[in-house]
Design a protein around this ligand. Structure first.
Ligand SMILES: [Zn+2]
Length: 349
């Protein structure tokens, strides 16, 4: 297993990139992509674009990996000094109680814990239902609202989950925000493996995907590519209780090529191009169809007069929860497939 891939994922996973506060991840992406790029540009919405120039003026390819992650935001501070919060991106309320979090105030980052009414004093019907996020609060140990304000907390501060990267199995790792640091790492690996390219590649770390594919919209307009691939994660269906019908992808079985999700029917030429590239290079892959949710590719697809787009995804367990699990080999194979595809562009476009 490629050591740098593991190290890069650890660094990026431990960094905080709650949507709207991607700066920590962006700085790392700049640092990690720089050795393999001819130019790095940060656009007005703060997407980061690493450009690797090719000899031919066209086709130009855009890779997109979103840098943001789901998290929380301080909404109100109670007079007792507890922080009530809203959600940034899709998070299941059931996983929130008792999570360790980090509040990123303007001055500094400090720890907190998501508290709730303990079961001992809940009524029977309360115990049966899920506590909604607006019934929960973050305890930062403040004695009052004034105390919390004096610590530096403010309404609007982003809140991330406090989870550190851990190796589980030989190639299986656990950490925060693999959605979508996995795609970010696959994009860095792609630039690294690509060495020279005949075609210009713009590798874009996008912002605010989790709140509506926003950064991808302006980045795609600015880059104006001829085709695009989003590198992201997909729901792994290999844990107890998931039907094959719901999702069939498994970790360690290769990157997933999506035929359709709720935002995109992959452009037929792009799908053929990716499938042939995987087959010819004997890269393992999986197919998925009809999954709920979508990626940056859905937004890029509808940019300007239309940009043929597709996804290469890494099957990941427990996405949109504080901690996720994936197999590093899938990231490596996603990068290999992206490189194989770029090298074959002229046969298809
Ligand atoms: Zn994602």
């Amino acid at each position: 297993m490629c050591l740098s891939l593991n190290e890069n994922l650890e660094k990026l996973s431990n960094a905080c990139g709650v949507a709207g506060r991607e700066n920590e991840v962006r700085e790392l992406m700049i640092q990690l992509m720089k050795p393999y790029a001819d130019e790095i540009v940060v656009d007005k919405l703060e997407n980061v674009i690493a450009i690797k120039k090719g000899k031919s003026p066209a086709p130009k390819i855009m890779l997109a990996a979103h840098m943001d992650e789901v998290g929380l935001m301080v909404k109100t501070i109670t007079k007792e000094g507890f922080l009530q919060f809203t959600k940034t991106g899709g998070i299941d309320d059931r996983i929130l109680p008792a999570q360790k979090v980090t509040i990123f105030s303007r001055k500094r980052a400090f720890p907190g814990i998501i508290g709730s009414k303990p079961p001992h004093i809940q009524k029977e019907d309360e115990r049966k239902k899920v506590m909604a996020f607006d019934e929960l609060f973050i305890d930062i140990g403040a004695e009052s609202k004034e105390d919390a304000l004096a610590l530096g907390v403010a309404v609007g501060d982003p809140v991330g989950f406090d989870i550190k990267y851990v190796q589980l199995g030989r190639d299986v790792v656990m950490g925060k925000a693999f959605d979508n640091r996995a795609g970010c790492v696959a994009m860095i690996e792609t630039l690294k493996m690509l060495e020279k390219t005949d075609y210009t590649v713009c590798a874009v770390g996008t912002v605010q995907e989790e709140v509506g594919l926003r950064g991808a919209a302006t980045a795609a307009f600015g880059v104006d590519p001829d085709l695009a691939i989003a590198l992201d994660v997909t729901v792994a269906g290999d844990t107890p209780g998931i039907r094959e019908f719901d999702t069939s992808t498994k970790i360690g079985k290769g990157p997933a090529l999506s035929i359709s999700d709720s935002g995109l029917i992959t452009h037929p030429k792009v799908l053929r191009w990716l499938l042939d590239s995987a087959e010819e290079e004997k890269i393992p892959y999986q197919i998925e169809a009809g999954l709920m949710g979508s990626t940056d590719a859905a937004r890029i697809y509808l940019t300007r007069q239309g940009i043929p787009s597709g996804n290469i995804s890494i099957a990941t367990r427990y996405i949109h929860s504080p901690v996720s699990v994936l197999c590093l080999k899938d990231i490596e194979n996603a990068a290999k497939l992206t490189v194989a595809a770029i090298q074959r562009i002229s046969k298809y476009f």
